[in-house]
Design a protein around this ligand. Structure first.
Ligand SMILES: Cc1cc2nc3c(=O)[nH]c(=O)nc-3n(C[C@H](O)[C@H](O)[C@H](O)COP(=O)(O)O)c2cc1C
Length: 361
């Protein structure tokens, strides 16, 4: 059978040959221990989904300071590395490839995760929304602005986490630079009002994110390093005065670094994460970035084929459809019906709504 669908053509990403362009988007599931140690059912969940071109894990904390979501996994301690190893092994045994998403929540953490101390951010400006603490949801607090002299330590935490990820068997890492967490908080001027060399102009706001990228590249190599960005996302109270200029600058800088890919959360119109007031940024990023570009947000098979065929992107990441369909690539290829997601079990502990979604018979 021939495959006219662009989604089902191979793609080279870094040193990897992906058999298709259906990626699993990173999704927090809250199914690790309270100390961020992956549990055995996580290996089953990811291995069930191994037919995707590339799986990107749920966001995973790089340091105790970066923690801030109940039962989300970590990668900073040897116990985390040891418990991630069966996950990567299971995915590889099933023929798949998997990147770890590196997470520091910045101002979107909460004192309940920080021994009562304030979470840190670029500036003392609170996020809008609520933290998922062990005691339920609580409003975000105003963070403490990181001192300039502290930033090198945070950058080093990313590099340490990236080395741990490779030691745990991951094929690479995706730096979480999206959705209002620390890296995104530095990029966008609604959350970064710093007056040192890490805030103000677009170039200064990109300084910390690019230092993180460069440190991770130095630790594990550019072909194993990717970054996720959400240029127009409003989640967690994010805003920016000129996303086209800022992300064009960022894309030009990233283009010089030979990364595995850049991943844009750029939701299709009508998606719950779309920002109708914002300009389209993807074409500007595409024009400025010379590498593999992944897009995400509300894609169906037809929309994914169309965006790849148009040349605007090289691959598409699927979130909720992949959560609910372990065999998503086969279903998309066959135009088969999809399982409906159960929103009530997105973040709940246990197997239900996690490893029990059926594959096609
Ligand atoms: C349960 C859930 C958890 C998520 N966790 C993350 C995460 O850890 N990191 C991230 O970058 N995005 C996260 N997202 C956003 C998804 O990666 C994706 O951008 C979003 O679901 C839109 O894509 P879709 O329409 O294909 O689902 C999450 C989304 C959901 C539904």
């Amino acid at each position: 059978m021939s495959h006219p669908s662009p989604l089902f053509t191979p793609l080279r990403v870094g040193e990897l040959d992906l058999p298709n362009r259906v990626l699993m988007a990173p999704m927090t599931r809250g199914r690790a221990t309270a100390d961020g140690v992956p549990l055995p059912h996580m290996a089953i969940y990811y291995a069930q989904r191994a037919s995707g071109g590339l799986l990107i894990t749920e966001a995973t904390s790089i340091s105790p300071q970066g923690v801030g979501w109940v039962n989300a996994p970590r990668i900073d301690q040897p116990a985390h590395v040891a418990a991630w190893r069966p996950v990567t092994q299971a995915v590889h045994d099933a023929g798949g490839r998997i990147f770890l998403q590196l997470w520091h929540m910045g101002r979107a953490s909460h004192p309940d995760f920080q021994g009562g101390q304030l979470p840190v951010g670029p500036s003392a400006i609170a996020a809008a929304g609520e933290s998922h603490t062990p005691e339920g949801k609580k409003p975000y607090v105003t963070p403490r602005a990181l001192e300039t002299r502290e930033l090198a330590g945070v950058v080093a935490d990313y590099a340490h986490a990236a080395r741990n990820a490779v030691e745990a068997g991951f094929d690479g890492v995706e730096i979480h630079g999206a959705n209002g967490y620390l890296v995104d908080q530095f990029i966008r001027d609604g959350s970064n009002q710093r007056t040192d060399d890490y805030g103000g102009s677009i170039a200064k706001r990109w300084r910390f994110p690019l230092e993180v990228v460069d440190a991770v590249v130095a630790a594990i190599g550019a072909s194993r390093t990717a970054i996720r960005l959400s240029p127009t996302g409003a989640y967690n109270g994010m805003s920016d005065s000129d996303p086209v200029a800022s992300f064009s600058f960022g894309a030009r800088e990233l283009s010089q670094r030979g990364l595995a890919f850049v991943h844009l959360v750029a939701p299709l119109p009508g998606h719950m994460m779309a920002n109708p007031a914002a300009p389209a940024v993807t074409p500007a990023v595409r024009a400025a970035f010379d590498g593999v570009l992944v897009v995400n947000g509300g894609y169906t098979r037809d929309a994914a084929d169309a965006v790849i065929a148009s040349g605007e992107a090289d691959a598409v990441a699927f979130g909720v459809p992949y959560l609910a369909n372990p065999d998503l690539p086969a279903r998309l290829e066959a135009n088969a019906p999809l399982n409906a997601p159960d929103f009530a079990t997105f973040y709940s502990p246990g197997e239900q709504g996690y490893t029990d979604y059926p594959a096609l018979a």
